[in-house]
Design a protein around this ligand. Sequence first.
Ligand code: GTP
Ligand code: SPV
Ligand code: MN
Length: 595
Amino acid sequence: MALTTNKSILDWIDEKVELVKPDKVVWIDGSEEQLDALRKEAVETGEMIKLNEEKLPGCYLHRTQPNDVARVEDRTFICSKKEEDAGPTNHWCDPDEMYKKLYDIARDSYKGRTMYVIPFSMGPIGSPLAKVGVELTDSIYVVLNMAIMTRVGKAVMDVLGDSNDWVRGFHAKCDVDPEKRYICQFPEDNAIISVNSAYGGNVLLGKKCFALRIASYQGWKEGWMAEHMLILGLQNPKGEVKYIAAAFPSACGKTNLAMLIPPKYLRDKGYKIWTVGDDISWMRIGKDGRLYAINPENGFFGVAPGTNEKSNFNALESTKKGTIFTNVLHNLDDNTVWWEGLNKDLPTNAIDWKGQPWDASKFVKADKSTYGAHPNSRFTAPAKNCPCISPEFDKGEGVPISAIVFGGRRAKCAPLVYQSKSWENGVFVGSAMASETTAAAAGAVGVVRRDPMAMLPFCGYHMGDYFQHWLDMGKKLGDKAPKIFNVNWFRTDDEGNFIWPGFGDNMRVLNWIIDRCEGKADATETAIGYVPKPEDIDLTDLDMDIDTLKDILTVDKDTWTKEAAEIEEHYKKFGDRLPQEIRNQLETLKANLEK
Ligand code: GTP
Ligand code: SPV
Ligand code: MN
């Protein structure tokens, strides 16, 4: 039975039913009873494997097709009416042409199948910062993941009422044919269509497609921001909590930083991190003029490889019940899961992510083709499982942000941390961000590319306008604007080893950041911004000498002169939609480097 009388929704569903011809239509009401019946059905058809109920209660394993394991950026389109509005960083297609192409692909594709209608809320239901979407899908895997990642069910429809302000998400699995795979956003129509994939970010339409690509466009029009950012609360020994939002590209450490456990000496003093979000942040200016953030999601779609008790205890804990694992290794000995970096006990009786028997004796660390889990294998875990989930997580008002942090993987160049000189300078830092590519998207891994604000694959409109929107938000925030920083955990030595220990030890850098926000820490002014005095990064209990620290804090003039030239090159594609202010910032950097 339909969960709403909203005509705009019912008409849209009728139209899609007519197109894809499902055998039946099922509304997802969010009840455990219904979800459990779907889990059983998925186990019966082999779509999911039920894992050891004692060790991993309520957990399942799913394998996608080997050709369908990551986001596909070259098949992702922003279909605005005018090509120039999608900008130079997005693939574009005329909306009429694309609708036709997609409808031709999806036509009749639900025959013999069920259409699931998922009403979902991004953000706590009814929060002034939340937004509603409806996803149609023919995949139970999508339904069960959406039920973890978002708030689903009738309450969402009740809050929406008769309003037309909802996002249309239409997914059809079709034949999972990579040649006919398209992930399309229609920002002017509040619509998303995804065909021929059944993998995570391509098909959980509330996530990247809505909460970033469509929402970034909505935020631009409505005066708020949708960003690829984690949100954390840093609690000091006095019990005060300060909030930080941080944008790192895909698989560059957001989940890890968001769930960080401080080093022992800091825990003993009373420091603690609370997780508000690990991937997406929606931010609005509050009544007091400060910037407030909510996490629109309700779960974590986290990278499995590398996650272990030491690197990310809280993420691992989050995956111990009610979790769906995608493309990890299946350990047949005890019907559990395993991935590279979980522990040193390589399973000897196991099935790899492709569904083949796995030979642990052939495992070679340097050769990813020998891995049991795909490098972009993931867990979908309910946020409420996380031991350090923030008490603010479920509240609709959001948390006030003190600092915004940008970062990426840079073997050389970017120092461990620096503070920008102003909001405008910080926007410049974000616009010039670069990072080595990862397995989160199909294509080459380890290539440095510019990824402004970690939004390159996710900005739903012209990136030059997006930079201008950031500048405009800064003007509105004035002296209440968060301070902007940049971090790099990934500087390497001559042998290619990471110099900075990272993970929990990143707390040492977060403390400097908060101290700077409160005017408590000193800094050295350099050409690119304010860098910590080495003695202000606390190295207690760390096997690192101050000279090594000095080394990763250095701003090398020659390297940065080359960097400035590359940034200039990167800006060329934005033409006259690159804000003059950003151009001025680059000129200032160049002049500083010549001093
Ligand atoms: P998406 O979900 O793709 O947006 O990624 P994310 O930014 O949440 O990345 P995540 O935290 O899952 O980290 C991905 C990879 O980076 C994992 O393999 C981690 O082990 C590694 N990583 C995270 N933090 C650090 C760090 O501080 N130092 C080092 N060297 N590696 C890290
Ligand atoms: C990312 O790639 O940034 C992710 C995973 O968070 S996905 O949802 O697949 O986009
Ligand atoms: Mn992400």
